[in-house]
Design a protein around this ligand. Structure first.
Ligand SMILES: Nc1ncnc2c1ncn2[C@@H]1O[C@H](COP(=O)(O)OP(=O)(O)O)[C@@H](O)[C@H]1O
Ligand SMILES: [Mg+2]
Length: 153
């Protein structure tokens, strides 16, 4: 299932993260794409807060991966620097780990990801507005349905 939603403010982005946070499970993978400044890290911060991560979540751009403790472990990746790198086996432990993997620029490591992930693409509309395309099948289908029902733009 694939839906499009308009986020009119950061509050809407928070609401989206909150809904998704209600459906977490070990091994969950959320792939984020969209240009710089489109809202990937902002979404991740809200999501982290909702799963009770106490540490401050920063953009991991220079480290590729940062891990956090919450209701489930959170593995926050920004794989921008891995474009064209092929397969980085060191990330497998996290992508296929027991926590939740959130991957910014997920399209850069497509070949490392399973087919079944929750994908969110952010598009900058104006200063406060973003459009998101949310896509998920199998394990994630229900989450997309839930967002579709509960979030009306
Ligand atoms: N609706 C919105 N959703 C997410 N971020 C927004 C929104 N409106 C404005 N912003 C701002 O846009 C910027 C997004 O930056 P960031 O989340 O770091 O993007 P990315 O990680 O995609 O590069 C932040 O400064 C945030 O405050
Ligand atoms: Mg970012």
């Amino acid at each position: 299932m694939k839906i499009r939603k308009r986020l009119n403010s950061q509050e809407d982005t928070y609401k989206l993260a909150k809904i998704i946070s209600e459906y977490i499970f070990p091994g969950m993978i959320i792939g984020l794409s969209g240009d710089l400044g489109s809202g990937k890290t902002t979404f991740t911060k809200y999501f982290a807060k909702e799963i009770s991560v106490k540490d401050v979540l920063n953009s991991p751009t220079f480290t590729i991966l940062k891990t956090y403790k919450g209701k489930l472990d959170l593995y926050h990746m920004d794989v921008y620097r891995l474009e064209g790198i092929g397969y980085d086996y060191e990330l497998d432990d996290y992508i296929y780990g027991k926590g939740i993997a959130i991957i910014e620029w997920c399209e850069y490591i497509d070949i490392m990801l399973p087919k079944d992930i929750l994908k969110i693409s952010f598009k900058f509309i104006d200063e406060t507005t973003r459009d998101v395309i949310i896509e998920g099948s199998d394990k994630y289908e229900k989450i997309v349905e839930e967002i579709s029902d509960r979030y009306s733009d």
